[in-house]
Write a protein that binds this ligand. Sequence first.
Ligand code: GDP
Length: 478
Amino acid sequence: DEIGVGELASRMKKTGAEVVKTLMKMGVMASLSEIIDYDTAALVAMELGCKVEKEVVVTIEEKLIDTTEDKEEDLIPRAPVVVVMGHVDHGKTSLLDYIRHANVVSGEAGGITQHIGAYQVDVNGSPVTFLDTPGHEAFTAMRARGAMVTDVAILVVAADDGIMPQTVESINHAKAAEIPVIVAINKMDKPTANPERIKQQLTEYSLVPEEWGGDTIICPISAKTGEGIDNLLDMVVLTAEMRELKANPNRSAHGAVIEARLDKGRGPVATLLVQNGTLHQGDVIIAGTAVGRVRAMTNDKGQKVTEAGPSVPVEIIGMSEVPEAGDDFHAVADERMARELAEQRKAEQKSSMNSNVGKVTLEDLFSQIQAGEMKNLNIIVKADVQGSAEAVKSSLEKISNEEVRVRVIHCAVGAINESDVMLASTSGAIIVGFNVRPDANAKDSAARMKVDMRMYRVIYDAINEIEAAMKGMLAPKF
Ligand code: GDP
């Protein structure tokens, strides 16, 4: 939205001197070679009796992809999409399996025969879609690529164990994604189950049970016996209803890639979750940098289908290459243009590999604050022991000033892992390690995703460096 002074003059068929003089009258000192913004240009033009119109540059993406907003009357309720998270061995897979099998309507042709990455069940007439990959890793990896597919998180905590590191990670990932959390206290069939202790622990992470005056729904369950699972599903439906999730089935499909792989016989196979619109067999789709025509669609019960509406997962074949989980997809009208867009995206990917756009680093912090782009500095703290983690957290939060609030979005004990890097990447956070190091995977991902990690041995150093960065006085690195 800007133009060179010389360019503006020639477009208005005026001399450069006239334009410069007019600008001067307005108090803007600009030479012919300088660039002025749209509003200034419009004023000058008015002054000189010309009219300016903003030049609208339409990108291929805009031409190809229909982004018109849905009208309220076209929207109908859609199924919620649920992710199951929690610590390893607390029963995520068992819960997903139980729900899947308990809800196979008897006599349904085929039954549920395959894992395609997501499945849909019926809860007293309300459909609910589950992502079939438990854990926050897959969820966050998808978020890192921009996909926001989940509406509700079920946090599984084993009643005989308690809140563990990955429970905390899950809570913080759900918080960062701003989705409601329903807690399933699992393994209630075990004699050692102690749900009260877990409720107590949950309050430390601001998940306060309803019975204690909070707003967190807690469901005691057993993924082994099935006890409490109907109630859990009812609560999922209830929570989803409050969010009034809606979509318009009568438009071209848009959604996210849940899983994708290369099949020897069938070529690229991808599971797509439709988020809006309806996907039809024969549709041309673009998913990230992959383009293709939907040759065949299979649902979660292994049945061939010809269309899939909102919140419905389907496995498709027909793509030219394997898209990535978390890529968004769009059904489009023009295959040639879709290929052109895919090429453009590939080129952009290449060039952005070497840039830092949108990423937060201590080096750029001050300029981002100055530009007003930065109101919160998000930090992830990992430390060797709980005491230090808490100490680092509270010290860092204290250095907030008028311009920037320092927010510790995740604070835990242990080495910096890939999940921390993902969270940092999706939340625009930097990672502060205190007497810990990143593991090998975390190191690779951080380099790839341009996540800034800082290791310290002394709390004072951490505070000093971050405070200096906020003031634009970071000592240069040599
Ligand atoms: P995940 O790592 O969170 O996916 O946990 P799994 O679903 O693999 O479960 C870990 C172990 O706990 C398995 O041996 C399960 O059989 C067991 N398990 C899961 N849920 C229950 C439960 O409700 N009761 C009992 N007794 N065992 C369970």
